[in-house]
Design a binder for this molecule. Sequence first.
Ligand code: SF4
Length: 376
Amino acid sequence: MMNLSQKVEELENLTIKKLKEKIESIRTELPREEQKVITFSKNFTLSLSNYCQNQCGYCFYNQIIPKEDKEHNIVLIKEDKINDFIQTAIRCGCTEALLMSGEAPDNFKIVQKELEKRNHVDFFQFVRSLSETLLEVSLLPHTNIGVLTFAQLQSLKEFNASMGLMIESTCESLSNSGGVHENSPGKTPENRINHIKNAGKLRIPFTTGLLLGIGENIQDRVKDLLLIKELHQKYGHIQEVIIQNFTEKSGIQYRPKKSITIEETLKTAGIAKLIFGNEIAIQVPPNLIQNYEKEALEMGINDFGGISPFTLDYINPNHTWPKINYLEKICESNGFEFRERLPIYKKYINKKGFCSENIKKAINNINQNVRNKKDS
Ligand code: SF4
């Protein structure tokens, strides 16, 4: 049996040609009608609060980063904005609501005060109640608000179709002096792994992923992919893994010694495919690899993630979402079908214990609406 260094060396030395051949061969293990399908979810983002207890070196989102407009450092998203976005999402036919925020924003007095004003006990209760509201109009919440406790995950599961937390990188040196996670207590590998394990114990369909180009190396990446595989083998809950490249932005402290290239990002996606086979979907955010979509398809990705017709990528606001038609054309011209999915992957809807009754009811409504539209 190979040790980690040997495994990394073997994967690193694979030529792109060899990697593509191996990926093609993995694809053929799927039923024929599934081999050439790339999925996406039509979503919108509710950015709930920019306040965050962490200060990751590469972050563009948290409250300490000067924004173009003061208003863009949100204390707590306003009710009228929520209502506006919900109405627009319904009009656009979105099915997923991505709820995101900084981690533990109610550690800050200014957020606590706003929550009090609006009669919420704490930020978590606010998110839970918002998830319930979204479900009432058949928008399926997918929450990613940083590290949560077991009890919080359990409580949110009732009103969330799936949840997410990027593992980013478990490379220990990132938390040391000068590392990007030096001032981020929530980013310790133990905290992230524990959260993902708890989600597994609770049978929550889960999305995680790696953030590349933040000071980790290829060995760290492979180690983390193997760790995700191990967690999935134990709990069976990882539905997709995102391979995301850090992109440089003005206004942030972090300047990598060597920037991550799109080619390196896509090679990591290919390595992930070799590690996960067809068991876990692999996603690259299409707005971060624009003009390399064909190469991404060749590297075995099978998902372009959540694409919003009207909200921003708040983490990478300079990278606008491509149009769904644009991606559809690229997929078709390369022999793939571009197919919409829900934020909960199909195989988890009927997998025992993974999908709450509230979510099943909302999915039935969504399916009924699709049938009505077809009939009209
Ligand atoms: S946890 Fe997220 S929001 Fe908070 S500082 Fe890090 S990257 Fe930014």
